[in-house]
Structure formats: structure tokens, C-alpha cells
Write a protein that binds this ligand. Structure first.
Ligand SMILES: O=C(O)CCC(=O)C(=O)O
Length: 320
């Protein structure tokens, strides 16, 4: 699926932007599913008398902006509905359909091999203009994972649901810095995200590369590639999803139930992100292990109710 040049860029630079992985129409069902989450929440808040105008005529790119401009205090309710609770997340059928999209999995097979596990951490991100939480400071995804997974490859597929541009806050990457291991991170970055503070950024500091991604494309990153995302200065929402995949040799809970989780288990038996359920999306050796949509929902729901502890890497608060 990926060209040799794209594969080489991914491993040499730590990232590659792949245009045209999807036809834009293939992303429409997920856009509509997420628009449905916004609509359901707006209807509920209106029924509870918390908002007067549901802005039902506004398109996907602006409706949430209008709703939050009227009632900033409803941000938490909308974000919970869209992003879900840690452990479960949004388990809609179109979300799952995208995660298991054959062309995306072909691309992943080029990077992680024929046994593919969807890493538990996938997210929907509405970067609403002017909303501080959309701005994500410099970090490596490994900063969020268990330390024993630092040397494993977990591929982030960052997929915009609109054109991602410099103006609406596309991602920026530090090229080749993925070769330097995991930098110290601090807690308490913008909106509660982890942050690599300036003195801890890799040296010599490469020039940051902004990576606009047209609708239908994807930015693939290694878990060690430092990246950030900048403010949305437009008046439309930069919607995106980020999905993660790993190969057979990477610690996973795809074959465990939450009740089997033990903090004193050998690291190889502890998933890279224990609070959320991994699931098998492709297996050449054991096709019978591939999780169906119903099994995916069940796993995600069980992990959500289990509230298992997240990785504790001992990152210190900013300024400490
Ligand atoms: O979507 C964004 O703005 C940030 C995403 C990100 O940093 C990530 O997926 O690791």
C-alpha cells in the first residue's frame, strides 16, 4: 500500500504524510456519526433547558463553535459525548469501520507486519476555534505509554475529517528526533496535556515541520516522533481522529480481560496503555482472533467500567 519512499521516510524521519489514503466520501459516514453525537447532546441540553438554540442548521464544521459560543459552560458535556470516557471512548460503528478500513490496515501492515493490533488509544478531536484545549504541546506519544513499550513501534495514524491546514492547526513534527528515545515529559501542559519543555527538546533541535493533510490523507507518526499542534485561527472546526496500531511483538491486552490485569505481572504481559482495551484488527496467522464489531464494543465497555490505572512514568509537574 505504501511506497518504498513513504516507508523509508517513516522510519528515517519518524513520520510520513500519505495523501489520498481514503476517498473523501469514505470519511463522510464517520463525519455524520460524530455530527450525530453533537446533535444528540444539543437536543438533550435543549430539553433540559440548558440551551435555547440547537443551531440545527449549522454544518459539521461550525455547529459546535456556535453552540459553545452561546454556552461555554456546556463544553464539558459536549466533549464527554464526543470523546467518551477514558477506557471506552466512542464506539460507534463508523468509528470501528474506519479503524479496520482495509486500505489503512494494508498501510499498517507495511510498517508493523501482518499481525495488527489496534492500540487502545484512539481519539476524536474537535479543534474548535479559540478553544484552548485544541492546542497540544510538544510530546511523544510514548510519553503516555508504559516505559517498557518505549522500544516498541506503535504507529499513530492522524486522520483529519476536514482539510488540515496551517491556519486551522495541523500537526507540527520534529523530523528525525524519534531516534533519540523518549525525552523527559512534564505534566500540566496546556489543557492538562503532557509537555516536553524547551530545555528537554532534542538537540540539535531540528526545524519543526508543519504537516498540512488534505481530507482523505493521513499523517503517520512513530510513537517517538515529537509533535505538537498549534491554534486554530480560522472560524471552522478542525475535526480529526487519531488511531494507533502495533504489531504482534508489542505488549497488549487484546487477549486479556480487565479482571486479569496485575500491576506485578511481567512487563511483557502489561499493555502499553492498560486502562483501555486493545483489539485485533488483522491476523494472517490467526484470523479467528480478529475482533468483530460486537466484541470491540464489549471489550471497550468492560475496560471503561474497570477504570484500570494508567501508566505512571513519574513525570514531574511543569516547573518542578
Ligand atoms: O490532533 C491534535 O491536534 C493533536 C493530536 C496528537 O498530538 C496526537 O494524536 O498525539
Amino acid at each position: 500500500m505504501l511506497t518504498q519512499t513513504q516507508i523509508a521516510q517513516f522510519f528515517d524521519e519518524g513520520y510520513v504524510m500519505v495523501p489520498g489514503l481514503f476517498a473523501p466520501a469514505e470519511l463522510e459516514p464517520l463525519r455524520q456519526e460524530i455530527a450525530g453525537l453533537v446533535d444528540d447532546t444539543a437536543q438533550r441540553l435543549a430539553a433540559d433547558g440548558k440551551i435555547a438554540d440547537t443551531h440545527a442548521d449549522e454544518p459539521f464544521e461550525t455547529r459546535l463553535t456556535r453552540l459553545l459560543a452561546d454556552h461555554p459552560e456546556t463544553q464539558g458535556e459536549f466533549m464527554r459525548a464526543i470523546e467518551g470516557k477514558a477506557g471506552g471512548g466512542h464506539t460507534g460503528e463508523e468509528m470501528f469501520r474506519l479503524i479496520v478500513h482495509p486500505r489503512l490496515l494494508d498501510a499498517m501492515a507495511d510498517l508493523v507486519g501482518p499481525e495488527i493490533v489496534a492500540s487502545s488509544v484512539y481519539r476524536i478531536r474537535p479543534k474548535v476555534p479559540g478553544l484552548g484545549r485544541g492546542v497540544v504541546p510538544w510530546h511523544q506519544d510514548s510519553g503516555y505509554f508504559e516505559a517498557h513499550c518505549d522500544k516498541s513501534l506503535i504507529v499513530t495514524c492522524w486522520i483529519p475529517l476536514v482539510d488540515a491546514t496551517l491556519e486551522n492547526g495541523c500537526l507540527h513534527v520534529l523530523p528525525r528526533a524519534h531516534r533519540q528515545g523518549v525525552a523527559p515529559h512534564h505534566t500540566g501542559g496546556n489543557a492538562g496535556f503532557l509537555v516536553i519543555e524547551d530545555p528537554d527538546l532534542p538537540r540539535p533541535l531540528p526545524e519543526a515541520v508543519p504537516v498540512p493533510v488534505p481530507l482523505g490523507g493521513a499523517l503517520l507518526l512513530t510513537n517517538l516522533a515529537p509533535h505538537c499542534s498549534t491554534p486554530n485561527t480560522t472560524d471552522t472546526i478542525r475535526w480529526s481522529v487519531d488511531l494507533r496500531y502495533q504489531g504482534a511483538d508489542v505488549p497488549t491486552n487484546a487477549f486479556q480481560e480487565p479482571a486479569e490485569f496485575r500491576t506485578d505481572a511481567p512487563p511483557v504481559e502489561i499493555a502499553c496503555y492498560p486502562p483501555e482495551g486493545d483489539f485485533v484488527v488483522r491476523s494472517a496467522a490467526h484470523p479467528e482472533r480478529v475482533h468483530s464489531y460486537a466484541q470491540f464494543v464489549q471489550r471497550r465497555t468492560r475496560y471503561e467500567s474497570a477504570s484500570l490505572p494508567g501508566p505512571n512514568r513519574g513525570w514531574q509537574p511543569m516547573g518542578a
